[in-house]
Design a protein around this ligand. Structure first.
Ligand SMILES: Cc1ncc(COP(=O)(O)O)c(C=O)c1O
Length: 411
């Protein structure tokens, strides 16, 4: 990996003043910043390459189509998919997970069970809840232990021959927990369940090998891994994608249309109806190139190191509760915390006034909030372009915030 200074020079967003202070951006789990090669590619696409793909017969159309399809190969390489034809472009993780739930990968009847975990983001919970309500299936939750990891005994207890789907996040967007996807998939498959992985916080932040995971469907978003918004991926085992049906019918996903019927393109193109987010795909390709140049293993090590430093610093403050596993190896770059009884939004506002951007609230994980017994948390999330000085500054700011509210008898 390049030096952090060299990396930061590639991210113009980071070089700005917020509320009179140099901005410290620690909301990377919400969305990451974009490096210059991605920004350049978006500009270049709209200035020189802006044609539709898979349609035009002229040279520019062929070149842009080739570039678009090359990104599919790049994505496959990043996640070690056996074939680029298993890579479907979507709007993002949310759309990909909705397709996983409603695309016919599994057909459920009353009494069947869907197993999710208490730590799921709403995107990997609400679609399953709705599917359960429509089909008469039962949605069950695997609990999380007091130290924020998946309760393995509970998982084994709840997994049964009735379980038709196991839907789990590779890493939690609140607790930072890294889940044992390979082990989960192995025993879920033995029970005959479809395994769906929400990898929104994993891809680009840790080495992901979908073959090693052995899952059936994996979803992730470009914007959480240096790419543009509005582009994501549903990867699926070929046989699983082939038994699914498209959720959007129309132009470009067809093979032939008569007055009476339509035949469809093969997987994955049958899922990409209408004009796609071509700029998004091209930008995603540049993001992957950038990540691979830095080295995904090195990115993971750096983010884990920064998060461990942050969690340790925050835990040392008397009023602060940090959620999630203590061990740096079992977590990624997300650190959620609360300061005494202060409202998370008040803490985030105080940090904002000191130049630091963090997120506060339920983080689209209300079931987890209920489990933790809080209405929300503050969440700081690092990326490999953050510095140890920034992380230390956040700890100092939280300490000042704690002292400030204490002076007025609060917290
Ligand atoms: C774990 C997890 N799953 C799903 C999502 C949804 O991603 P998107 O909003 O890009 O669809 C997020 C976004 O925060 C997330 O962190």
């Amino acid at each position: 990996m390049q030096s952090v200074d060299a990396v930061r020079a590639d991210f113009p967003f980071l070089n700005q003043i917020m509320n009179g202070h140099p901005l410290i951006y620690l909301d990377n789990a919400a969305t990451t910043q974009k490096p210059r090669p991605v920004l350049r590619a978006l500009r270049q696409y709209y200035t020189q390459e802006n044609v539709n793909v898979h349609r035009g017969g002229y040279a520019r159309a062929a070149a842009t189509t080739a570039e678009y399809e090359e990104v599919r190969t790049r994505v496959a390489h990043l996640i070690n998919a056996p074939s680029a034809r298993e890579v479907v472009f979507t709007k993002g993780t949310t759309e990909a997970l909705n397709w996983a739930a409603f695309g016919g990968a599994v057909s459920l009847k009353p009494g069947d069970e869907i197993l999710v975990t208490v730590m799921e983001h709403h995107s990997n919970l609400v679609p399953w809840q709705v599917l359960a309500a429509r089909s008469g299936a039962v949605l069950r939750f695997v609990e999380v232990t007091a130290d924020g990891i998946l309760d393995w005994a509970d998982f084994q207890r709840k997994l049964s021959a009735r379980t038709r789907v196991v839907a789990v996040s590779a890493t939690s967007n609140v607790l930072g927990t890294v889940n044992p996807v390979t082990a989960i998939a192995r025993i879920a498959h033995k029970a005959g369940a479809l395994v769906v992985v929400d990898a929104a916080q994993a891809v680009g932040h840790m080495p992901v090998d979908v073959q090693k995971w052995g899952a059936d469907l994996v979803a992730f978003s470009g914007h959480k891994m240096l790419g543009p918004t509005g582009i994501g991926v549903l990867w699926g085992q070929r046989a699983v994608l082939e038994r699914m049906h498209p959720l959007e019918y129309g132009g470009e996903m067809i093979s032939a249309v008569t007055r009476d019927e339509t035949t469809f393109k093969e997987v994955p193109w049958c899922f990409e109806g209408g004009t796609q987010n071509i700029a998004g795909v091209i930008g995603l390709g540049k993001a992957i190139q950038y990540l691979e140049r830095q080295g995904i293993g090195a990115i993971q090590a750096r983010e884990q190191q920064l998060a461990a430093r942050l969690a340790t610093g925050l835990r040392a403050l008397p009023q602060v509760t940090v959620y999630g596993p203590v061990s740096g190896k079992q977590r990624n770059g997300v650190v959620a915390f609360n300061v005494g009884s202060l409202h998370a939004h008040d803490v985030a506002t105080a940090l904002d006034a000191q130049g630091t951007a963090v997120r506060a609230g339920h983080h689209c994980a209300q079931v987890l909030m209920k489990h933790l017994g809080v209405s929300g948390t503050v969440r700081a999330s690092v990326a490999f372009y953050n510095t140890t000085a920034e992380v230390d500054a956040l700890v100092a700011q939280v300490e000042r915030t704690e002292a400030f509210f204490k002076k007025y008898g609060m917290g």
